[in-house]
Design a protein around this ligand. Sequence first.
Ligand code: XMP
Length: 519
Amino acid sequence: MASHHRDYHEELILILDFGSQYTQLIARKVRELGVYCEIYPYNLDLDTIRSMKPRGIILSGGPASINEKNAPICDRAIFELGVPVLGVCYGLQLLAKSFGGKVEKAPKREFGKAHLYIEKADRFLDGVKDGDIVWMSHSDKVLNLPAGFVALARSDNSSYAAVRNTQGTVYGVQFHPEVHHTPKGKRILKNFLYKICRLKGLFSPQSFVELATEKIRREAGDEKVICALSGGVDSSVVAALIHRAIGDNLRCVFVNNGVLRKNEAEEVIAAYRDILHLNLKYVDAGEAFLKALKGVKDPERKRKIIGRLFIRIFEEEARANGSVRYLAQGTLYPDVIESVSFKGPSATIKSHHNVGGLPKRMKMTLIEPLRELFKDEVRVVGRELGVPEYLVGRQPFPGPGLAVRIIGEVTEERVRILQEADSIVRQEIEHNPAFKHIWQSFGILIPVKTVGVMGDERTYANVIAVRVVESEDAMTADWARLPYPTLDTVARRIINEVAGVNRVVYDISSKPPSTIEWE
Ligand code: XMP
């Protein structure tokens, strides 16, 4: 059972989250540097921290002021665990105050680019030059360093932009090394991980695949595992990984719900069968879904109907496989961080997880091999496993599919029109390498008739809206400023090639206050 890969969990970096919007970015940078890390709430108790045996601790930034009455603080004893600690922004202010220094509101909020001036050479700042740019975003600053601390660098507005204690076990930076506006930030994090924490860097997509495969084999043994494939990145990578571990004991089910994009079922199935060699059952239930959606206009009801019918069909398929103990799911690390059990009762769960209701109903044990990974890591792992780019590089597509992109009632005719129009948007934008940065691009059918003229004929037909957005995580999104010639081609092609459409409009709303999908 012993692997030639050393377990990257041995080199755990613990990130305590004080609420910064950049906390996940710290984690992603640390992992890009080959070190496994996990994020926990700032008040994680000391015994738990000890039991995790972290090799280093990073205190994130956060919006609070350390001088506020209820300022978030962590157990002071973390500084005595004998592992290096790095405080970032609020994290620095917290450690400065914890050791008896003085933190005050700065007369001027420091935001944006600043220069770093080195005061004292230190391996923490190896590779950083006097005058290098760093990114600041803070209103409090350290006024007096606590006893036992030295300044390593100052910035234009802070005397203590980088500090450490004399033993070299506690470090702090006022700037944000995790953002790309701090060009040497990654180097500084690397110094912390490799020179201060003395780690080797055991984490990589390859080492993840090796360990995850062993773990799945141990967990599943000779039992069957069932997995619902959606054509999306996460379920595809989960299936490829589990298939690598247990072969055809992984039973995959792909349900065509009748509201997929044009040719999607065929393309996805070909990839699953011919490239990934998955043991796949294809269920074409399009008619049943359209029947269930008949006359339904309300978006949330559409979602519920599709969700429920999907679960029913999937349950039948599971039963047809005899006794299946395990259900595979593409849960990712951000889902784990945002889940209720993690954050406590105040957080809410996303309502639109595709197979959310399944495990409880089916009394199966969940296998979630991607729980440790961020989305970009899932893509890398997918490529490592030979999942074709067609699946790995895909834009997100909602579970209820085109049903939430056809405003009002979903009919066969409307699905056909939207599939045709949307396929043109895909060809011109999603499949155009010039627009690789686009988060999502798709068509929406507005079943409102307007007047047009084609040749000498009056037409009276539907409107297609084109929605193209840029985003990091779908929480916020900006409409894409596409070049006019692209918009022109898309509009012309849709009107000329798709019967039933005589007008195309471009959606120029951002999120918030709009959402990405129209329903
Ligand atoms: P909104 O429209 O809320 O969408 O800005 C944010 C992201 O979520 C996707 N989305 C869904 N995904 N089931 C899904 O699996 C759904 O019901 C659903 N609704 C929205 C949307 O495509 C975008 O990426």
